[in-house]
Ligand binder design. Structure first.
Ligand SMILES: [Zn+2]
Length: 398
């Protein structure tokens, strides 16, 4: 296995900054548009309204883009660590690896496992959520379709029994954010209703549903498409399947894995044009190898070979998550997919923050919100990351 590329993820002590800091001169992407010679003032852990002249340390970030920290709804690990099986230290290392790539908020995803095991993981991850290290938990499986299982163990899959769904949310003690399920399976619609009643996002994915079955699940309260296009029937002209239903309904946010492997740029653009910039969330669906390197890994109980950054199951060759980081997804969006910087910010920050109900504290560079920001150079390479007022990646600009 390769050596870790990032530092250890243990929490660092917060160093209080006595004076506000002003990041000045960048192209600052705000909800209202991009300000060419903008300023963002950071006071303590938050973004502040502009400081009086002379009262602040001014950091010249001209020639850069300043965008909100990225928010990842769907992420299984990184830095050699798995959120499904790692120790607390390993999970923190995975979180830190993604912070080094601009993800200041992430929801930790599990893969299919035995119910008791998943409940136990929910306990561990919920503590990290309570400490503010993650925004919550996403259970991907076990309630998914054997026909569209991707990199999930078939023998552990089960129909979505509402009582079992309830068991997982209870084990997460208020920190369950999302459950991906194949809503066409027996118990699927009742499970969607249960999730909606408990304020947990019901995400349609790893599904073999028809168009009509998908519409029924949306009517029952599902609001997310788990990695649209991947692990679901393709769009057919007589059988449009889940993709058409998910794209056309304004209540649905569609997750897209923008790594160049999971989706052709034309498919990504089709989804973006159809759903509109406000309904797309770029996720990583990252596994342990993200920010780490090629080699052999475990995804839950399944063995994965990562070669040239592409993760595939050793048995069968299915794509098994990604090695994507959100800084790469951002760069790809604007340099390959032809999206505007503002649309990329929507898909990587604003939309996922809103979906999680966290848009009062994160997702945009506005006074009062957490000072979570990413500094990119003119070529969209990451140069700095600040989380809650502390540099995670210090651009060392003075
Ligand atoms: Zn996943």
């Amino acid at each position: 296995m390769a050596t870790p590329s990032g530092a250890r993820g243990t929490a660092r002590p917060a160093t209080p900054h006595r004076h506000p800091r002003v990041l000045a001169g960048a192209r600052v992407v705000l909800p209202t548009g991009t300000v060419p010679d903008g300023r963002v003032t950071v006071a303590g852990t938050r973004i502040a309204a502009d400081a009086p002249p002379g009262a602040a340390q001014v950091i010249d970030v001209s020639g850069h883009w300043l965008v909100p920290g990225f928010v990842d709804l769907h992420n299984h690990g990184g830095g050699g660590a798995s959120f499904t099986s790692g120790t607390v230290d390993e999970v923190l290392q995975g979180i830190h690896t993604h912070r080094l790539h601009g993800t200041t908020t992430l929801v930790a995803s599990t893969v299919t496992g035995d119910m008791d095991f998943l409940a136990q993981r929910a306990g561990l991850l919920s503590e990290l959520a309570e400490q503010g290290e993650i925004a919550g938990i996403h259970f991907e499986g076990p309630f998914i379709s054997p026909c569209r299982k991707g990199a999930h163990s078939e023998e552990l899959l089960r129909d979505p029994d509402p009582a079992e769904v309830r068991k997982l949310i209870d084990a997460a003690r208020g920190t369950a954010k999302m459950v991906t399920l194949a809503t066409e399976l027996p118990g699927g619609i009742d499970s969607v209703r249960l999730l909606a009643e408990h304020g947990v996002i019901a995400a349609i994915g790893h599904t073999d549903a028809t168009y009509e079955q998908t519409v029924e699940a949306i009517e029952a309260g599902a609001t997310v498409a788990t990695h649209l296009f991947n692990a679901m029937p393709a769009l057919g002209h007589r059988a449009p399947g889940p993709i058409a239903a998910l794209l056309e309904d304004e209540r649905i946010t569609v997750e897209l894995i923008n790594d160049g492997t999971h989706l052709h740029p034309a498919s990504l653009q089709l989804a973006f044009r159809h759903a509109g910039a406000d309904r797309v969330a770029f996720i990583t669906d990252a596994m342990d190898a993200a920010g780490f390197g090629d080699g052999r890994y475990m995804l839950g109980p399944l063995e994965v070979e990562v070669a040239a950054g592409v993760a595939r199951l050793v048995e069968g060759g299915s794509i098994a998550g990604s090695t994507l980081t959100q800084d790469r997804a951002f760069k790809r969006a604007v340099t390959v997919d032809g999206l505007s910087v503002e649309d990329a910010v929507a898909a990587l920050s604003a939309n996922p923050a809103r979906l999680l109900g966290l848009d009062d504290t994160i997702g945009s560079l506005e006074p009062g919100k957490d000072a979570d920001l990413v500094l990119l150079d003119a070529d969209f390479e990451l140069r700095g990351v600040m989380r809650r007022g502390e540099w995670v990646v210090d651009p060392q600009l003075g």
